[in-house]
Design a protein around this ligand. Structure first.
Ligand code: CU
Length: 242
């Protein structure tokens, strides 16, 4: 029996064998291709992981730098604050008032206008040893001393250059005929807006003694807007034992 005859006898089997070999080769090729793909995928994953690690490193470095900057800033400035400093604040220290009364004060002077010019501004100060944002009058803490004789007229020009609105309340003063000068925000006046001015003018009559004035907006009195106000009595010199 010749090969041809055999081939003729089993043509289908030969074709099947050939197909099987081709399929096997195809599977091998496919498997090889899959392996290559797997290697590529693995390489891509490794590359992606490397990129991810690099990003994390950069993030850690940036975060560390920001934290270091904030720490240095807080140590140098005594805290973090958004309060603005007046342009002239940095060049001069806050004046701390002692309020020593002048023995040469003229108790018998004719009634007059006691005029004051104030600028209220934000600043950073440490009256108790810890720096904090404050609102001060003329860069003084406590604020300027107001002194007058009974019967005088007190005139205070207030320029508000702070970031918040404010007002000054004259604690305990009668404000007869001038209730709109009392400085109570929401009751007798609107607050003095940032960048605005207001002039308080009132006569001190029928009362004498030691009083005080303070901001009447929010908790600004606790932020530094506070000071004594003295009205000398007409007979104070006769009764004074000092
Ligand atoms: Cu008060």
């Amino acid at each position: 029996m010749s090969m041809k005859a055999t081939s003729d006898v089993y043509p289908t089997s030969q074709a099947s064998i050939s197909d099987s070999e081709e399929q096997t080769q195809g599977l091998l090729d496919s498997q090889h291709s899959d392996e290559i793909d797997a290697e590529k995928h693995s390489g891509a994953l490794n590359s992606s992981a490397s990129t991810c690690r690099s990003r994390k490193s950069v993030l850690v470095i940036v975060t560390s730098a920001v934290l270091a900057f904030l720490t240095i800033y807080i140590v140098l400035h005594g805290g973090w604050s958004t309060a603005r400093r007046s342009s002239d604040d940095a060049s001069r220290p806050v004046k701390n008032n002692d309020y020593v009364l002048d023995r040469a004060w003229d108790y018998d002077a004719a009634p007059m206008r006691r005029e004051y010019s104030w600028k209220i501004a934000d600043t950073i100060h440490n009256p108790d040893g810890v720096y904090c944002p404050m609102m001060l009058i003329n860069h003084e803490f406590p604020g300027p001393f107001v002194e007058a004789n009974e019967g005088d007229t007190i005139v205070v020009q207030v320029a508000n250059v702070a970031v918040n609105a404010t007002s000054i309340h004259w604690h305990g003063l009668y404000q007869n005929s001038t209730p709109w000068m009392d400085g109570t925000v929401g009751t007798t006046q609107c607050p003095i807006a940032p960048g605005s001015s207001f002039t308080y003018e009132f006569k001190v009559d029928g009362q004498a003694g030691t009083y005080w004035y303070h901001a009447h907006q929010g908790v600004q009195a606790s932020d530094g807007l506070i000071s004594p106000l003295v009205i000398h009595a007409k007979n104070e010199k006769k009764t004074c034992r000092c």
